[in-house]
Design a protein around this ligand. Structure first.
Ligand code: ADP
Length: 495
C-alpha cells in the first residue's frame, strides 16, 4: 500500500510563480554580486584618485594660508587640516630646518623620514615645483601618497610635504561593508517580495481562467471568464467568453434542431404511413384515388429526402469534403433558370416574382451549387414574404463584378438576429410562432458554398419591411472569346 503521509509537495518548476520568483532572485543575486565586485575592484582605485586630488587641493590651500597668515595662525590651520583630512603635514625652511611638523592622525610619522628624503631629492631635480609619489606599504595592497611642493612667503621659498594614506580607514571600510550588507539584504528582500506579488498577479487571472474553463467543460455555459487587468489575459478572457457563448448557442441550436428535425421527420412519416394504410384499406382498388394517395406518399418522401440531403450537405461543407465542378458560366443565364423554376408559383399561389437581368456576366464556379444558393435565397423569399408575395430577383453588373440580389417585401429579420441567420440550425424567433417549415440549414449551406467560391455575400433586412439577400463574384471573360484569341494567336505564330 502506498504511504501518502511522507509524500513531499512537489514544486512545479515550470509554473509562472516559480519561474518569476527564481528569475527575480537570480537577478537580485547577480546585482548583489556586481555590487560587491564593483566595491572590491573599483572602490580602492576611485578612493586613490579622489584622495590624490584632495591632497593637491589641500596643498594649494595650505600654500595660500602659509603666505598670508602669521606663524601661529598657520599652525592652528595646519593642525586642523591634518586632523580633518587624516594627513601628515610638514614644512621645511630653505636651509632644511623644520618650520612646521604638523600633528597627524597618520600613525608612525617617524617612518616618513625616508619618504621625505627621497621626495626632497626628486623635487630638487624637478622643474615643475611640485612632485607626487605613490608608495606601496609593505606586503599589503595599501599605499600612501607623498606630495612635495615649493611654497613661498615674503620671498622666502620653503618646502611643503604632505603624506596621506590612500586607503579608507578601518571604520570607513566597516561602514561601507555594513552598508553593502544592508543593500544586499534590501535588494534580495525587495526582489522576493516583488516577485511574489508579480507572480501572484500574473498567475491568478490564469488560474481563474483555468477554473472557469474547467467549469465550461462540465457544461456550465453560465460561467464568465475574467481576465483581470492584463491586456493579454483580458483578450484571452474575451475570446473564451465568445467561445463559451458560441458553444452555448450551438448546443442550444443542436438541441432545438433535434426537436425540430424529429418533429419534421415525424410529420411526413406519419403521412406516408397513413396514406399507405389508406391504399391498403380503401383506395387500393380505385386507380384514381390510389394514384392520388401514392402522389402524397411520393411528395412526402421527397420532403424527407430534401431534409436528409440538407443535413448531409452541411456536414460535408463543414468538413470540406465537397467535390467542386468548376466551369466558366453566365450567372445571368443561371439566375434566369432559377427564376423560371419559380414561375409556376406565380400562377398557382399568386406570387409576383420579377426578374431584372443584366448583360451576360461570366464567372468561374460550380454552376449547380451557385444555382442551389440562388434557389435557396428565392425559396426563402417565398417562405418569408408574408402577405406581400412580391419578390425581385436582380442582377447588377459592375466593372469585373456581378451581384445577385433576391429582394422580398415580407417579414424581414430583427436586427439582433441578422448576424445569426447564416449559422447552421438557426431560425429566427418569429419562425417558431408562424410555424414555417424549415431546418435552418439552407443559409448555412449557401454560406459554405459561397465561401468555397471566395464570394462576398450578405443580407440587408428590416423587420416588417423585407430582406435583400445577395452575393457578389468576380467576372471573367467569356470563354469563347478566350478561345478565339488563342486561335488567332496560334494562327499568327504559325505564320
Ligand atoms: P430555413 O430552412 O429555416 O429557412 P435557412 O438557413 O434558409 O433555414 O434560413 C435561416 C433563417 O433565416 C430562417 O429560419 C429565417 O428565420 C431567416 N430567413 C432566411 N431568409 C429570410 C427572408 N428572406 N426573410 C426573413 N427571414 C429569413
Amino acid at each position: 500500500m502506498a504511504d501518502h503521509t511522507g509524500e513531499k509537495t512537489r514544486v512545479d518548476t515550470s509554473s509562472i510563480k516559480t519561474t518569476t520568483l527564481l528569475s527575480f532572485v537570480l537577478f537580485a543575486l547577480f546585482l548583489v554580486m556586481v555590487l560587491w565586485g564593483l566595491s572590491n575592484f573599483f572602490l580602492s582605485r576611485y578612493y586613490e584618485r579622489a584622495r590624490t586630488q584632495e591632497v593637491i587641493r589641500t596643498a594649494d590651500a595650505l600654500e595660500v594660508q602659509f603666505r598670508q597668515a602669521p606663524h601661529e595662525d598657520f599652525d592652528s590651520y595646519a593642525v586642523q587640516t591634518a586632523g580633518t583630512n587624516g594627513i601628515y603635514i610638514r614644512i621645511d625652511s630653505p636651509d632644511g630646518s623644520l618650520i612646521y611638523d604638523g600633528t597627524s592622525t597618520v600613525k608612525d610619522t617617524g617612518a616618513f623620514g625616508n619618504d621625505i628624503a627621497r621626495i626632497r631629492r626628486k623635487l630638487e631635480s624637478s622643474a615643475s615645483g611640485n612632485v607626487t609619489e605613490t608608495v606601496r606599504e609593505g606586503s599589503s595592497n595599501n599605499s600612501r601618497l607623498i606630495y612635495a611642493a615649493h611654497i613661498s612667503s615674503s620671498g622666502v621659498v620653503s618646502t611643503l610635504y604632505i603624506i596621506a594614506p590612500l586607503y579608507p580607514d578601518r571604520v570607513t571600510v566597516r561602514i561601507l561593508t555594513n552598508m553593502l550588507i544592508y543593500i544586499s539584504f534590501i535588494v534580495l528582500s525587495v526582489s522576493i517580495f516583488l516577485a511574489y506579488i508579480l507572480a501572484n498577479r500574473l498567475s491568478s487571472p490564469i488560474e481563474n481562467l483555468t477554473a472557469s474553463a474547467k467549469e465550461l467543460s462540465n457544461g456550465n455555459y453560465n460561467v464568465r471568464f475574467d481576465g483581470a487587468s492584463f491586456t493579454e489575459t483580458k483578450e484571452l478572457a474575451k475570446a473564451l467568453n465568445k467561445a463559451s457563448y458560441e458553444m452555448e448557442k450551438t448546443d442550444f441550436y443542436q438541441r432545438e434542431i433535434i426537436a425540430n428535425v424529429s418533429h419534421d421527420l415525424k410529420t411526413p412519416l406519419t403521412m406516408i404511413r397513413s396514406y399507405a394504410e389508406k391504399i391498403i384499406d380503401i383506395s387500393g382498388d380505385n386507380p384514381e384515388k390510389r394514384n392520388a394517395d401514392l402522389g402524397v406518399i411520393i411528395s412526402e418522401t421527397e420532403r424527407l429526402n430534401r431534409m436528409v440531403g440538407d443535413m448531409l450537405s452541411v456536414s460535408n461543407l463543414q468538413s470540406n469534403n465537397v467535390e467542386m465542378h468548376m466551369e466558366t458560366f453566365d450567372l445571368a443565364a443561371a439566375a434566369k433558370e432559377v427564376y423560371e423554376s419559380f414561375l409556376v408559383l406565380s400562377s398557382s399561389q399568386g406570387f409576383d416574382i420579377r426578374f431584372h437581368p443584366c448583360k451576360p456576366s461570366y464567372i468561374v464556379g460550380d454552376r449547380s451549387r451557385i444555382m442551389q444558393v440562388m434557389t435557396n435565397f428565392v425559396s426563402n423569399a417565398v417562405k418569408y414574404s408574408g402577405d406581400s408575395k412580391f419578390i425581385d430577383i436582380k442582377l447588377t453588373k459592375g466593372s469585373r463584378k456581378v451581384a445577385f440580389h433576391c429582394i422580398d417585401h415580407g417579414v424581414g429579420i430583427p436586427s439582433d438576429e441578422i448576424s445569426h441567420v447564416w449559422d447552421k440550425y438557426y431560425r429566427t424567433s418569429a419562425n417558431h410562432e408562424r410555424g414555417i417549415e424549415g431546418t435552418g440549414l439552407g443559409l448555412a449551406i449557401a454560406k459554405g458554398i459561397l465561401n468555397l467560391h471566395s464570394a462576398r455575400y450578405g443580407v440587408e433586412s428590416e423587420e416588417g419591411k423585407g430582406s435583400d439577400f445577395w452575393f457578389e463574384m468576380e467576372t471573367v471573360r467569356k470563354p469563347a472569346e478566350k478561345k478565339d484569341r488563342k486561335e488567332k494567336k496560334d494562327r499568327k505564330d504559325k505564320k
